[in-house]
Design a protein around this ligand. Structure first.
Ligand SMILES: Cc1ncc(COP(=O)(O)O)c(C=O)c1O
Length: 390
């Protein structure tokens, strides 16, 4: 790979260390690999420089891992069975019993439960703090704090964590920083370039991009990724299916093109909603009405992403009527799909998060999340318009 390559060239051409006659990566759907002799098997286990067993690593999965590492400017990456397998593998690798984690408020619901319930059960102390405010993070630090976990923009708040001062804080206290980059993708922001140590993704979303393959990935230093692979991935077993890795690697080849369209469609829809008389408020990182617009321009130089959140004057009932009224937008959870998806987080994705915690994280009862797809913007606006009128 040439360092000077742009994102689209990298997305297509990196990771393709495959047989010279292969134009596309073959799908290695094999659990295990043959050895010519007992000695060769022993040598393979000693060196780990060839395929052995798919939970240990797989040639198709390696293509996806190399692509993500290249796009995130990370030394290495390891694929996992889902985004949550990536989040949990990264946190279990980073933390030991007796250590303390400070995580941002406004986390994806399953991450919230992992941080609030599962990690403490394993003896890891955790605190949630407002990462829009570095001073709140500093106040949450304890002598045994080992790591910081960020998610920006947050799902579904679309509020940003202020990365630069938090990275400075982490360096001053020798803390490991982990960052969920699912919403922005490396096209819109590159946390590792900003000083973050470890990036996680739900590859189910924009990386795969087509709503057909669940997957996840952790990217970071070669040493950390080796620990994730040899610890949680191999022992807890959350490795990715090679078929899903193939779909996600193919999805990644068009990621920059798709993100440009997601960004453009979402910004135009956010602006249209902002002007609509039925809309109480709209939040989109690249819209000037976003409370952290300036930060978004700096921290997400590639664009505001493919998700817009808003609330109608009529609150929950009006939001439900909108969801029932759309015909082109799909009523479903998830995001990052080629199709536009519409969700009411308080009653679905974030239903399990206590209401008080939702409100602390700016997830209001009537918040509607629109995961804007790649359709023609006029068609999406016409659908929203007819649903708001009906
Ligand atoms: C920001 C974020 N991180 C992680 C996840 C978990 O991903 P998965 O559903 O692939 O396990 C999600 C899922 O919605 C998410 O939005």
């Amino acid at each position: 790979m040439q360092k000077s390559w742009g994102m689209q060239t990298k997305a297509i051409h990196t990771g393709m260390e495959i047989a010279p006659e292969d134009v596309t990566p073959p799908i290695h759907m094999a659990n295990t690999y043959l050895f010519e002799s007992a000695a060769q098997a022993a040598e393979a286990f000693e060196r780990e420089d060839r395929p052995i067993y798919t939970r240990w690593g797989n040639p198709t999965t390696a293509v996806m891992e190399r692509k993500v590492a290249a796009l995130e400017n990370a030394e290495a990456a390891v694929a996992t069975a889902s985004g949550m397998a990536a989040v949990s593998a990264a946190l279990l690798t980073a933390l030991s019993p007796g250590e303390h984690l400070v995580a941002t408020t406004g986390l994806y619901s399953a991450t919230y439960h992992l941080v609030k319930e599962d990690l403490p059960q394993l003896g890891v102390e955790t605190t949630l703090a407002d990462a829009t405010d570095a001073a709140a993070f500093e106040a949450a630090l304890r002598p045994n704090t080992r790591a910081i976990y960020l998610e920006s923009p947050g799902n579904p708040t679309l509020l940003l964590n202020d990365v630069a001062p938090i990275v400075q804080l982490a360096r001053a206290h020798n803390l490991l920083t982990l960052f969920d980059n699912t919403f922005a993708t490396p096209v819109n922001q590159r946390p590792i370039d900003a000083g973050i140590d470890v990036v996680v993704h739900s590859a189910t979303k924009f990386l795969g991009g087509h709503g057909d393959a669940l997957g996840g990935v952790v990217a970071g230093s070669a040493a950390f990724i080796e620990r994730v692979l040899k610890g949680p991935v191999r022992r807890l077993g959350g490795c990715l299916s090679p078929f899903n890795a193939w779909l996600i690697a193919r999805g990644i080849t068009t990621l920059p093109l798709r993100m440009a369209r997601h960004n453009r469609n979402a910004l135009r829809i956010a602006d249209w909603l902002h002007r609509h008389p039925d809309v109480a408020w709209v939040r989109y990182p690249w819209h000037p009405s976003h409370p952290q617009y300036e930060l978004a321009q700096r921290q997400m130089p590639g664009g505001g992403g493919g998700v817009v959140v808003f609330e109608l004057h009529g609150g929950i009932e009006a939001g439900a009527a909108l969801l029932d009224g759309v015909t082109l937008c799909a009523r479903t959870v998830s995001l990052g799909d080629i199709r536009t998806l519409i969700t009411h987080p308080a009653s679905t994705t974030h239903r399990s998060v206590p209401r008080a915690a939702r409100l602390v994280s700016a997830i209001t009862d009537g918040l509607v999340r629109l995961a804007v797809g790649l359709e023609d913007t006029d068609d999406l606006l016409a659908d929203l318009d007819q649903a708001l009128r009906s």
